[in-house]
Design a protein around this ligand. Structure first.
Ligand code: IMP
Ligand code: MG
Length: 444
């Protein structure tokens, strides 16, 4: 395996330090291919940490003939020597987590003392998933968000409201947990009945199942904030694994068509307790085109045969929900916005191979709204929905590129496409992915 030598070359561009704390952040609407880059970088880090989102995420990693879909467990789990941590900021669904652990163990992946879970993480309770489902069902028109129905919004809502939020550590004090749960379920039942005519949930049932699941997970539960800060102080390298993408960030994305956490780099410190000054580098992940799953504005979206082409070539179906993803051209306006808010050091361009065979490729380079060019990424979803995307057309290439391993192996037009993106983003492209396999990667 020649990966370390490639990494040595690549890391020398960063001052040669292997021991750095790195963030891998999605710069579009999720599904950029973060899982593959985290998997590649995990081998060079001692810890891999999730800091935001929950089981709404779906990270695909291909190892030889095997494909893994991870939702809650950091992608670093596929390396035995890596310590994986689920941080404070994650919306933790114990049921999904246990299924994921069992699924990995059944395939021979070690998930024992190499997985730690923050006792501060908020729990996604059964009533959160029910509420997500009921609220989406009841919504219509622009009220429908197209969530993954994993209970993410309701869980974070209760966290922010404080009265009803339950953290993992609380389940280990059965008496007070039982009291809080009883109040909460009574409250939820009243609301669900009034709003949706739903049947009442049973407190005892929820209590028993939460207790049972929490017991099984107890060996993994730690003060992750202390663990991570100890690790950082000892100079151990930490990889922060983003979920979703920055355009779904609660504050900086296309609100209200976003998720309920800060999935940009802004969430790293809040979601782990590790101070910003401990972060050494930030790698942004972009697909060579754009996709979005769920509702919300998407200026570069296509509704023609190219959209079909991208969906089929790129297998653009949700890892978590199986929904077909909406597809469109690379949007340099949106990507420039997310490069800036994340302060990325460099970017990785994923799935470049999907574009092979297109005669021409468009890049959205500006938005026009009411006859004027916009000079920044608009805040209002209604505006973003109505902007006219201004495209630049560049020539495509016909060659298959999945066997290319050096930048110079790429067809001239593919090289030019990457250089054009760099110029538009004001950011260096450091990695180009040309296929799902670990080695189908070009380090520039
Ligand atoms: P929620 O996070 O389930 O509340 O969904 C809110 C929006 O974010 C919906 O449009 C989802 O489709 C989208 N979303 C959430 N997680 C992911 C992800 O991991 N990849 C892509 N889209 C996501
Ligand atoms: Mg995904």
């Amino acid at each position: 395996m020649d990966r370390p030598s490639r990494w040595a070359i690549m890391l020398s561009a960063f001052g040669g330090s292997f021991l750095s704390n790195t963030c891998v952040i999605g710069l579009q609407w999720g599904d950029e291919g973060k899982g593959k880059i985290v998997d590649a970088l995990a081998a060079q880090h001692e810890l891999v940490v999730r800091y935001c989102g929950g089981a709404n995420a779906g990270h695909s990693v291909t190892v030889g003939p095997e494909r893994f879909a991870l939702h809650l467990i950091p992608s670093g789990i596929l390396f035995e020597q890596v310590l994986c941590v689920i941080g404070t900021g994650v919306a933790l669904d114990l049921e999904t987590l246990l299924q994921e652990i069992e699924g990995l163990q059944a395939r021979g992946v070690k998930v024992e003392e190499n997985l730690k879970i923050s006792d501060r993480a908020h729990l996604v309770m059964p009533y959160h998933k029910l509420e997500d489902e009921l609220a989406e069902q009841a919504a219509s028109g622009s009220n429908k968000l197209g969530t993954t129905k994993r209970g993410i919004g309701p869980c974070y809502t209760d966290r922010a409201a404080r009265r009803w939020g339950i953290r993992l550590g609380e389940v280990y004090s059965p008496e007070s947990f039982r009291d809080k749960l009883a109040h909460t379920v009574e409250h939820k039942n009243r609301i669900f009945k009034a709003l949706y005519g739903a049947e009442a949930l049973d407190v005892d049932e929820i209590f028993a199942s939460m207790q049972q699941m929490a017991q099984r997970l107890e060996p993994h539960v730690v003060d992750a904030t202390a663990l991570l800060n100890d690790a950082a102080e000892q100079g151990r390298s930490i990889l922060f694994e983003g979920a979703q993408g920055s355009l779904l960030d609660l504050d900086h994305g296309t609100y209200p068509y976003v998720t309920s956490s800060n999935c940009s780099v802004a969430g790293v410190s809040a979601g782990t307790g590790v101070p910003f000054r401990s972060i050494d580098r930030i790698i942004g992940i972009l697909k060579a085109y754009c996709t979005r799953v769920g509702a919300g504005p998407f200026p570069s979206e296509l509704h023609d045969s190219t959209s079909e082409f991208l969906r089929e070539r790129g297998h653009e179906y949700g890892t978590t929900t199986g929904r077909p993803r909406r597809c469109g051209w690379f949007d340099a306006v949106a990507a420039r916005h997310t490069c800036r808010i994340n302060g990325v050091d460099s970017v990785a361009i994923m799935l470049l191979d999907v574009l092979s065979g297109l005669e021409e490729i468009n890049i959205v380079t500006a938005y026009r709204y009411q006859g004027k060019n916009l000079c920044s990424f608009p805040a209002q979803a209604e505006v973003l929905d109505q902007v006219e995307p201004i495209c630049e057309t560049v020539p495509g290439w016909t060659e298959q590129i999945d066997q290319c391993r050096c930048f110079s192996d790429l067809p001239a037009n593919a090289q030019a496409y990457i250089h054009r993106l760099e110029a538009l983003l004001h950011t260096q492209v450091e990695i180009v992915s040309v296929g799902p396999d670990r080695d189908a990667t070009i380090y520039i």
